[in-house]
Design a protein around this ligand. Structure first.
Ligand SMILES: Nc1ncnc2c1ncn2[C@@H]1O[C@H](COP(=O)(O)OP(=O)(O)OP(=O)(O)O)[C@@H](O)[C@H]1O
Ligand SMILES: [Mg+2]
Length: 244
């Protein structure tokens, strides 16, 4: 069967006043394969392109070269909205849709033509530590951490196959962050959703991920037993590792 998710030859250049060429290669021919639902952490210094990469994977930004495949279907062969509901990006800085907390939960289902699962929404809201929120109150009035969790619940309601999590606990205190980790790991196990977490916290990466990737100088490498991944066809991950 085709891999759950595959990235082939992804490159992105951005304008740069510091380079003689006038551009910087932010992502340099990145390849990766996720064969089955896994939980993967992506680490890397600020400005290395982690958010940009996730946004490209979710078809929210464009690459200069490369393609993504979900179960063998290419991103470019799919309606962007359909791709985004299946390969769903949860932003570093959550943006609320207009209206109330409940509107935010319902609108996403409406936009994607899926049924709104109220009992699931209520359960996820409660488990994410948001039971205190007035459902009819304006979403814009929520705190940063509340917005981040509401955005996450909103995304889960789409039941994506791949969830791209961009520092989703960055605005949270440690107790709320652990709640969110638990919600996501339970979801991962129960629903079989692949998780790709960008995080700056090594302890979080160790808790939630079975594989760890590092983005540095445009290259994606796998931490841990690197040679194993280079040699193993079963776990072909990073083409760029081989080129080093
Ligand atoms: N479309 C674009 N045009 C110009 N520069 C861009 C564009 N997209 C991203 N960048 C630049 O690319 C770099 C990487 O940004 P990105 O937000 O992806 O980094 P990051 O690894 O997520 O950083 P952080 O850990 O701070 O969130 C930044 O310098 C950013 O300004
Ligand atoms: Mg970022």
């Amino acid at each position: 069967m085709s891999a759950l998710f595959e990235i082939r030859g992804l490159s992105k250049r951005i304008p740069s006043a510091y380079e003689s060429t006038g551009e910087r290669v932010l992502l340099n021919h990145i390849n990766a394969i996720i064969r089955e639902p896994e939980s993967i952490a992506i680490m890397g210094a600020s400005g290395q392109g982690k958010s940009t990469m996730l946004r490209i994977l979710a078809c929210l930004d464009s690459a200069d070269e490369g393609e993504m495949y979900k179960r063998g279907a290419s991103c470019s062969s799919m309606e962007p909205a359909k791709w985004r509901s299946q390969v769903c990006y949860v932003a570093q800085h959550a943006v609320m849709l207009p209206g109330s907390v409940e509107d935010n939960l319902r609108t996403v289902s409406r936009l994607h033509g899926t049924e709104y699962e109220q009992s699931l929404a209520e359960r996820l809201i409660e488990r994410s530590g948001l039971a205190h929120l007035p459902m009819k109150g304006p979403a814009e009035d929520l705190s940063g951490g509340e917005k981040q969790r509401l955005a996450l619940v909103r995304s889960l309601l789409l039941r994506p196959s791949v969830l791209l999590l961009d520092e989703v606990t960055a605005s949270l205190d440690s107790i709320s962050a652990r709640l969110v980790e638990d919600v996501l790991m339970d979801w991962h196990r129960e629903e079989g959703t692949a998780l790709i977490w960008v995080t700056h916290q090594a302890d979080q990466a160790v808790r939630v991920a079975s594989r760890m990737w590092t983005l540095e100088d445009g290259r994606l490498t796998e931490d841990g037993n690197r040679d194993h991944y280079i040699d193993s066809a079963e776990n072909e991950v990073i083409g760029s590792v081989r080129e080093r």
